[in-house]
Design a protein around this ligand. Sequence first.
Ligand code: MG
Length: 399
Amino acid sequence: MTLAPYACDPALSRGRRYTEPAAPTRSDFQRDRDRIVHSTAFRRLVYKTQVFLNHEGDLFRTRLTHSLEVAQLGRSIARTLQLNEDLVEAIALAHDLGHTPFGHAGQDALNACLKAGHPESAGFEHNLQSLRVVDALEERYPAYNGLNLSFETREGILKHCSRRNALRIESREPGGVARRFVEQPADGPKWQQPSLEAQLANLADEIAYNAHDIDDGVRSGLLTLEQLEDVELFSQYCRETRLAHPGLQGRRLLFETIRRMLSAQVYNVMDATWAAVHKAAPASADEVRQHPALVCFTPEMARQSALLKRFLLQNLYRHPKVVETTQAAKQVVRELFEAYMADPAQMPQAHIDRFDGVDVPHAAGAKPERVVADYIAGMTDRFAAKEHERLKGRAAFAA
Ligand code: MG
C-alpha cells in the first residue's frame, strides 16, 4: 500500500499507552483492527440496533453490519486517496463499541440517570464510552485493562467529546486524544481536526447510515418510495435508474437507487477531498491536524446530504412508531439503572468488584453509578429486555 505523505504511517505512530514490542507480520493499525474484531464489545454489536430494535426483524441493520458497511466505504475511499486503509478500518469497526442497547434512546436515558442529582457527573456520551471500552473495560490481556490501541485509532474513536470531559481525560493523559477538545482555536473551526483517516471514518459513518436507514425505513413500511421521491438526492438517482431500467420497481428499484446514490457520494468525497488536500498541501499527518476538515463533500453534495438527513429525522427517527419504541426503551434502561443501584447484587460479582470512589475515563474501577452504567451500556438489546423482565416481572416490548 503506497501512502500519501499526509496519511497516517504506522511507523510514525504516537504509540500505545503501554509500550509493546512490534508484531512481526502486522502493522500497529492492523493489530488494532484485529484486537477490535476479537473483543467482546465487538461481538455484542450483532445484537445492538440503532433505529429498529433487534426483535423487530432479522433483516434490519444492526450495529455490527452498520460498522462493516462503514469500514467498507471508508476503505474504498482511503485506497483512492492513498490514506491508511487499516487505520480507517480499525476506527470504523470500533466507532460504535460504546453504544448502549436500543440506540440513542438508551444513551439519552443513561445520561439522564447519571446526571440526576449529580450535575457534575460526566454523564453518558457514546463516543467517550467507545473510548472507555477500548481503554478500560475490555479484559483480555494479562498486563493491562482495555485493548491498548494506538493513539491514532483512539483519536479516531473519540469523535466528539464535551470540553469538560476532555479536561478529565487530559488530566490523566496530557497532550493525548482529548487534547483537541480542550482548546478552541482562536479562528477557524470549533475544534482541531483529527487525522484524515479519522475524518474519513466519520463521513463514511454518515454516508452509510443515511443510505441504510432509507433501506430499513422502506423495509419496515414506515417510509414509502413516493415520500422519498421528494428528497432531491434520492429522486435524482431514482429517475436515473428508471431511465436505465424502464419498468423496474419495488425492492430492485430501491436497491439500485441507493446503490447509485452511494456511489455518487463516494466519488464526490474522493474528488472534493482530493481537491481540498491538494489545496492545503499538508506535508504530514501532523500538519493535517492544523487544518480545518479536509475530508468533505462538495458544497452541493453537502447540501443534498443535509436535506436527506432532515428528511430521515422528520419521517423516520420521529415516526410515531419509532418514538413509541424509543419511549419503551428509555423506560427499560431507566428501570434497569434504578434496580441495580438499589440492589447491586443483581449484577454479576465482577461488576460489583469494580466499585470504588473514582470516576475517570481510563480507570476500570469507578463509582457505583458509573459501573452500573457500564454494565447496562454493554448489554445487547435482547439481554437488556430479558434482564428487565427478570427484575420487573413484565415484558417491556410487545412481542
Ligand atoms: Mg455509526
